[in-house]
Design a protein around this ligand. Structure first.
Ligand SMILES: C[S@@+](CC[C@H](N)C(=O)[O-])C[C@H]1O[C@@H](n2cnc3c(N)ncnc32)[C@H](O)[C@@H]1O
Length: 257
């Protein structure tokens, strides 16, 4: 059980960076390009939106209405401000909420979008797929990016790190199988390019960690929180091409919504 102090330090670090997981605008747009055009009649749920970098990208690239949900209030506040600053406030409704227990009616959304949160939240990729299915209209789409092994020989220490984080990492084929077994049809998938890990995520995170360590010098608990994130960066650097984010686009059978 992690302490309140841990979470307070953790969020201090992650509120200071523009996105809370790997991703990039080109990949968000590439996945969007696999969907039918989204007009002002369509509704997107952005689940586990963080401070909303991909929410803003979705709003810019479509005309859809977007509901963005995250459990951490400060991220939602950041997204509300970003949306207002960019004149997108009328199309983005950002809310604090638990994506395990979404109280929307069945068939509320044409698209569920989830970058890097389905596994963390629901404990397993498959559970997320089954829990959220009812929220989609017939023919609706889900777009999910999630951690995958890209080689089939993960070293023990890397596997142990992700197991301890509850990350439920499998390979791309196992994810495709989960998608089919939960009644969806895969449209396509691809692997997030390294720019989404480095330039957009680990470089800003590394700088935020430097500032955090300087601000909390001598505070062992704070330095431990920073060390955990630093370990993750070093793991990616030390094992290029071992793991990455698979981006999966799939749909509920039925007419295109
Ligand atoms: C890896 S981050 C991804 C954030 C964002 N999609 C991105 O790519 O930058 C996971 C997000 O899930 C949120 N989260 C964790 N548990 C949650 C829950 N039970 N309900 C809603 N959001 C949750 C976290 O606050 C965090 O913003």
């Amino acid at each position: 059980m992690l302490s309140d102090k841990f979470w307070s330090y953790f969020f201090e670090i992650y509120e200071a960076i523009p996105r809370q997981g790997p991703g990039d605008r080109e990949s968000t747009e590439r996945a969007l390009g696999l969907l039918p055009p989204l007009t002002s009649h369509h509704r997107i749920l952005d689940a586990g939106c963080g401070s909303g970098t991909q929410t803003i990208d979705l709003a810019r690239a479509t005309a859809a209405q977007i509901v963005a949900v995250d459990s951490h209030e400060a991220f939602v506040t950041q997204l509300v401000k970003r949306a207002a600053d960019q004149g997108l406030g009328a199309r983005i409704q950002a809310r604090v909420g638990d994506i395990n227990e979404l109280a929307f009616a069945d068939g509320s959304f044409d698209v569920i979008w989830c970058e890097g949160a389905i596994v963390i939240i629901n404990g397993s990729f498959a559970k997320g797929l089954s829990t959220w299915r009812r929220l989609l209209v017939p023919g609706g789409h889900m777009v999910v990016s999630e951690l995958c092994w890209l080689r089939d020989d993960p070293p023990t220490e890397v596997k142990a790190f992700f197991d301890a984080e509850g990350a439920d990492v499998t390979d791309m084929d196992a994810r495709r199988k989960d998608i089919a077994e939960n009644g969806y049809r895969l449209v396509d998938d691809f692997v997030l390019p390294a720019v989404g890990w480095w330039e957009n995520y680990y470089v800003p995170l590394g700088k935020a960690l430097d500032r955090f360590r300087a601000a909390h010098a001598g505070d062992d608990e704070a330095l431990e929180v920073a060390a955990r994130s630093q370990y993750e960066i070093d793991l990616y650097r030390g094992h290029p091409d071992l793991f990455g984010y698979g981006f999966f686009v799939f749909k509920v059978p039925g007419v295109d919504s």
